[in-house]
Design a protein around this ligand. Sequence first.
Ligand SMILES: [Zn+2]
Length: 447
Amino acid sequence: MTGQAGPAARAGAADIRIRDGRIAEIAAGLAPLPGERVLDATGCVVYPGWINTHHHLFQNLLKAVPAGINADLQAWLAAVPYPRLAAFTPEVLRAAVRLGMAELLLSGTTTCADHHYLYHHGHGAETGDLLFDVAEEMGLRLVLCRGGAIQSAADHPGMSKTALVPETLDEMVADIERLKARYHDPAGDAMRRVAVAPTTPTFSLPPAMLRELAEFGRGLGLRLHTHLSETDNYVRFCREKYRCTPVEFVGEHGWLGPDVWFAHLVTLSPDEIRMLAATDTGMAHCPVSNARLGSGVAPVRALADAGVRISLGVDGVASNESGSMVNEANFAWLVHRAVGGAAQTTVEEVIHWGTAGGAAVLDLPRIGTLAPGQSADLAIYDLKGLRFHGFHDLAAAPVAAGEPTPVRHVFVRGRQVVQDGAIVGLDLEQLRREAYDAMQVLQRIAA
Ligand SMILES: [Zn+2]
């Protein structure tokens, strides 16, 4: 599969030559050149590495918290992440991030936009460094969406339950400037990017600061990301408080445009869909999390038909229980056909959303498709197991059959990061110990 839309979605049986981190050639019957290593992918299919455009890596140690397992979004926020915001010491966060990145890589995900919002007054400067450090160690391409809230502690629904105080706009801005200077690379195949991403535009900061942050981000050449319209609550809140819809609200504050992408967009009016399309605003579609929290099914067919750029995100695994983009793609394919009929989407389109669509939303044009000149970001799935016998179309198998689809090799910019199903250089026993220790801390905190 190439990640491209339409008839170009399939490359057929072919060899891929990688040189200097890029795809040099794709053709049947390529002969190895002197010094080249040959990897036999017989019985495998090759996808572009998946691009996950909305995640919360810290949540990898908060799966299936009993108080939140059957809750809706508001009850889940109150029961799962909010009571544990202060528990994420650097050690606990590192264990969660390592686990999360390992899970992503083992599903064939090579790029992750992590919406990280564990920041509070006087704390957090080391957090971005930690995330980039672990991404470098694992070989994952990371877009750090620098989140957080700016408000009085009494107003913030999560922090008001803890001793934490939200940071000031100056603190947030100073950290983003530092991160930008140290890590941000504008290149089309960058391994490190920074985005401006207050956690929720309607709840996380005063409206005037929304515009200020947008102008600040754009001044630095950074993209803008946040949650929007995940549930009906956003619509109710905006209508009651601002007398407009959520998309109108963010539009009035500078948060629409080709450099903006929103997670969720579940509850939208036809006018909002038109506004998103007219401004070329992008979307991170998170169907599993939306289903898991009972939020609904986003109108992706209508958005895509209107011309909105669609990508896929697994969202935090505290509201998903799987950090696999294969699982996300499988569910996206199924749920839209279940709800809206067989014309809603295709296997090929879902792959396009999860690969080239992600590249378009993140403005990383050198990733997301398999073609000469593109970055060598490859997920190679091993389909020799019994589960895949009988498939007439093995190329569709990962999306059509979902998990478990074993990944055999993964390359990111030509660097092999998964070999024979194992993450290169990762001490699994050590990771298990770290995760176990961190869980002891988190389980002591009752919701
Ligand atoms: Zn989210």
